[in-house]
Design a protein around this ligand. Structure first.
Ligand code: AKB
Length: 315
């Protein structure tokens, strides 16, 4: 990876991945793009271009101008927003992905895009969901993710594009808030614990989903992209997880630092239905076996770091 193009670089993953890749490969080597500009080091610490990923010609022009050899495609609409506007989700998530794959094909570039636990559905085994299993999601986001996994496999088999992907769980981070996901409640809980000392969850008690702290997610992307291709059998996309947790588990972890913190519930039927259709916990053995996937943060270690970082951010 010498010249890396990132789409959605100001989003939740992109804002941290861009900075980590610039530290690792050099600031001029990572070309950040997003549909908007923002007051963020991603825009000022290296090359930045505005890009709407549904404009394939514009993406190709930027990739050619910078002579990129790696494409990391992150721009996407998350699950709850996609459910509110399924037509827009299809356009952005599928045509954006197709454009990014075409750029990778024409430039003979390496390719990464994230899939999600949203690629599973109600008929998937719920606990320790295997790498290879039933994938019949009931959300537009899930349909996009399964189609995306298949499209990435197709580009690898048909055109030899070196496509790689992981099925991310809910990602928890303090730099950039997620927008429009089902697992966002966990991030909101940390913010509200510090701001208000309380949080009202739109996801019901007892709803388990996989989660991961952003430093582990960034490490997973870099480790997978640097992995020996000869070891990669599953490619698109590997199950990865750090914990399986319900709202009350986050509350208990927060209460160890803020004893008066209170959690109550006002369940949103749309996002609850999405959460109920996803696994309780997934099995990441294939990622461990094929590219040595590891994590550094469990729920308690993540909670301690999140609260420390957010306290500094919120003063
Ligand atoms: C979402 O909730 O939509 C995302 C995801 C799990 O893919 N965080």
């Amino acid at each position: 990876m010498n010249k890396i193009l990132i789409t959605g670089s100001l989003g939740q993953i992109g804002s941290e991945l861009t900075m980590a890749l610039r530290e690792r490969y050099g600031h001029q080597q990572v070309i950040a793009t997003d549909i908007r500009e923002a007051d963020h080091p991603v825009v000022t610490s290296g090359p930045f271009e505005t890009l709407d990923v549904t404009d394939g010609d514009a993406m190709q022009e930027i990739a050619d101008r910078y002579q990129v050899d790696t494409v990391i495609h992150l721009a996407a609409l998350l699950s709850a927003k996609a459910e509110n506007n399924p037509q827009l989700a299809w356009d952005l998530n599928m045509n954006g992905l197709m454009n990014a794959l075409e750029v990778a094909r024409k430039r003979e570039a390496k390719f990464f895009t994230p899939s999600s636990i949203g690629a599973f559905g109600p008929t998937t085994p719920k606990d320790q969901t295997p790498q290879l299993t039933v994938q019949r999601p009931t959300t537009m986001y899930g349909v996009n993710k399964v189609a995306g996994e298949l499209l990435c496999d197709y580009y690898f088999e048909r055109f030899g594009v070196d496509t790689r992907s992981v099925r991310f769980p809910g990602l928890i981070s303090y730099d950039t808030e997620p927008g429009g996901g089902t697992t966002d409640y966990a991030v909101e809980m940390y913010y509200e614990a510090l701001k208000q000392g309380r949080y009202t969850s739109y996801i019901a008690a007892g709803t388990y989903m996989d989660m991961m702290y952003m430093p582990d997610a960034v490490k997973a992307i870099i480790d997978l992209m640097e992995a020996d291709p000869a070891r990669l059998k599953n490619r698109n996309a590997y199950n990865v997880t750090a914990m399986s947790a319900a709202p009350e588990d986050f509350a208990r972890a927060i209460q160890q630092h803020i004893p008066a913190f209170e959690l109550d519930y006002d369940v949103d039927p749309v996002r609850q239905a999405i959460a109920d259709s996803w696994p309780n916990s997934i099995d990441s053995k294939a990622a461990v076996n094929e590219w040595d996937f590891t994590i550094d943060y469990d729920l308690n270690k993540m909670t301690e770091d999140m609260l420390t970082q957010l306290k500094q951010k919120l003063v």
